[in-house]
Design a protein around this ligand. Structure first.
Ligand code: G
Ligand code: MN
Length: 200
């Protein structure tokens, strides 16, 4: 962070009905002087373990809100939250500060929490998600179907969207099982009044 070696990549999200880009997911990349580009699958678990995910995660949120402030007010940004950020207690004060200072529409910010992070402490997660949504921030469950795959949290957590893991989506045209799983997940989400994002 001090050497400014992190960069944010934006993965567009396309609304299938209109075929329009409606926003993007913010993905971290580390440009290491010797290792070259390092993916988040390599450094996020280490940052999570060491606690460095907290300043890193704050930086990502600040950058995302800064982008939203400069954009036109229609495109949304999704930001990944780590388990430690969710359960650390500093997230809500930071978000309040960023929202107040930027004046952005909170509904343009979507926070993604993984199944496994949410299930580490279901009660606290439920309270956190409730607090986020009370501020008008959108909430998505990331990597749906890959972690605990417990449907009980769909009852417990108030969320806006489900993100179907890329592992189910990538072979959807050739693997009939994947097609069935994705179809069923979309049906479940829509019946619950939730949006769906297919990853990958
Ligand atoms: O860009 P890529 O698809 O390789 O990212 C893989 C995963 O890395 C994402 O789905 C997400 O779980 C994680 N990741 C990427 N950027 C961030 C970030 O800013 N914070 C956290 N906590 N995880 C991230
Ligand atoms: Mn994600």
């Amino acid at each position: 962070l001090e050497r400014k070696e992190f960069e944010l990549y934006l993965q567009p999200q396309v609304e299938l009905a209109s075929r329009r880009v409606i926003g993007a997911e913010v993905l971290l990349r580390w440009h290491h002087p010797e290792l070259g580009m390092v993916g988040p699958d390599r450094f996020i678990p280490i940052a999570e373990e060491s606690g460095l995910i907290l300043p890193l995660g704050d930086w990502v949120l600040q950058q995302a809100v800064g982008l939203l402030q400069r954009w036109d007010g229609t495109l949304r940004l999704a930001v990944n939250l780590s388990a430690r950020q969710c359960h650390g207690g500093a997230l809500l004060p930071l978000l309040d500060q960023l929202l107040r200072e930027s004046g952005i529409d909170p509904a343009l910010l979507e926070l993604e929490i993984t199944e496994s992070a949410a299930m580490q402490d279901p009660e606290r997660s439920r309270d956190l998600l409730r607090e986020l949504r009370a501020r008008g921030i959108k909430v998505a469950i990331d990597d749906f179907g890959t972690g605990y795959s417990s449907l009980s949290y769909l009852k417990l957590f108030e969320i806006d969207r489900i993100k179907i893991d890329r592992g189910f989506v990538k072979d959807i045209e050739t693997d009939p099982n994947d097609a069935v799983i994705v179809t069923a997940t979309i049906g479940l989400a829509h019946a619950l009044g939730l949006g769906v994002v297919a990853e990958g």
